[in-house]
Design a protein around this ligand. Structure first.
Ligand SMILES: *[C@@H]1O[C@H](CO)[C@@H](O)[C@H](O)[C@H]1NC(C)=O
Ligand SMILES: *[C@@H]1O[C@H](CO)[C@@H](O)[C@H](O)[C@H]1NC(C)=O
Ligand SMILES: *[C@@H]1O[C@H](CO)[C@@H](O)[C@H](O)[C@H]1NC(C)=O
Ligand SMILES: *[C@@H]1O[C@H](CO)[C@@H](O)[C@H](O)[C@H]1NC(C)=O
Ligand SMILES: *[C@@H]1O[C@H](CO)[C@@H](O)[C@H](O)[C@H]1NC(C)=O
Length: 261
């Protein structure tokens, strides 16, 4: 073989390699650019897939006063177990994605992950020996507000919550979430396990003497609090109710059922 022919072939092989590498690099750059553009369009926050829930190690029930009995007691216990379930889905999601999650940012904006994680853990696992739920209408407020009061916090005994008879017809199991309307149409507190979170948050030993409070209940204000006032979003009762409902519904129904919020 003549040296020139060898050089020519070698040259062709070299330039072919160069072209292949160049094409690879160019397509990678375009790929990255396209990816970045896509993420920009989607608001940059990932719409993360559901994470399987890990059960709490030591979840606790509140005290149930002797006036709760029979089927009421059964329903209440299952409502509190729903709360364990709903909060465990939230914990798994918080640990998997942190704040880099569209559901998190929707309700808590850039609010503190540790505040949300700690609050959700407390709902399930903080000791609740001094948190009393009772089924007698001791203050007469259930009778005074029939078909309206599902229960109420006792202003004169702040560790106590009364559950009215209306609770058992008004509230639905959380397994029915999305089945009769979106979260925009059927508020999270319609579901027992999430309604109980709201009731826990009235109790001073759970809300840390007002650290968690009812700053706003309107969903448009809750959404705006997440983007404009996130240090309060992570301390707002209804932000938790919507967050928990959003996480849980997305876990059990593909795509969830947020609706037109
Ligand atoms: C069940 O609770 C009610 C109070 O809501 C009480 O009047 C009734 O005696 C209780 N029934 C039983 C079987 O303990
Ligand atoms: C918890 O949620 C899962 C998923 O929907 C469900 O299969 C399970 O029965 C629930 N457990 C309770 C106690 O609600
Ligand atoms: C709370 O206590 C005050 C005084 O102790 C009493 O007048 C009032 O009726 C009580 N309210 C309820 C809802 O029990
Ligand atoms: C479903 O929604 C409709 C309309 O809001 C309501 O009338 C009905 O009672 C709901 N059913 C259940 C099971 O929640
Ligand atoms: C944030 O929300 C809290 C509670 O509603 C309110 O007191 C505070 O003024 C708000 N801050 C801003 C900057 O909007």
């Amino acid at each position: 073989m003549k040296p020139t022919a060898y050089r020519a072939r070698h040259g062709i092989a070299l330039s072919a390699t160069f072209i292949v590498v160049a094409i690879l690099v160019i397509s990678m750059v375009f790929g990255i650019l396209a990816d970045r553009k896509f993420n920009e369009k989607s608001g940059q926050t990932p719409n993360n897939p559901t994470v399987a829930a890990t059960a709490w190690d030591d979840p606790v029930l509140p005290e149930l006063y002797k006036t709760c009995n029979g089927t009421h007691l059964e329903t209440l216990k299952s409502a509190f177990e729903e709360t364990w379930n709903v909060t465990s889905f939230a914990r798994s999601r918080l640990l998997a994605y942190g704040t880099n999650d569209r559901i998190y940012q929707r309700w808590f904006g850039d609010g503190s992950l540790y505040t949300v994680l700690g609050t959700i853990e407390a709902l399930a696992e903080v000791p609740k020996k001094d948190v009393l739920f009772r089924c007698d209408d001791v203050d007469g407020l259930c009778a005074a507000n029939p078909s309206y009061y599902a229960g109420h916090h006792r202003l004169n005994a702040t560790q106590e919550t009364v559950i009215c008879d209306y609770f058992y017809t008004a509230k639905k199991p959380v397994s029915e979430i999305c089945s009769n309307g979106t979260l925009a149409e059927v508020a999270p507190s319609k579901y027992m396990g999430i309604d109980m979170v709201h009731r826990y948050f009235h109790v001073p030993t759970v809300n840390l003497d007002g650290y968690i409070g009812e700053h706003t209940e309107e969903v448009d204000e809750i959404l705006s609090m997440a983007s404009k006032n996130s240090s309060f979003a992570v301390r707002n009762v209804d932000s938790y109710l919507y967050y928990l409902a959003d996480v849980y519904s997305s876990a059990i129904v593909p795509g969830g059922c947020l609706g037109d919020l």
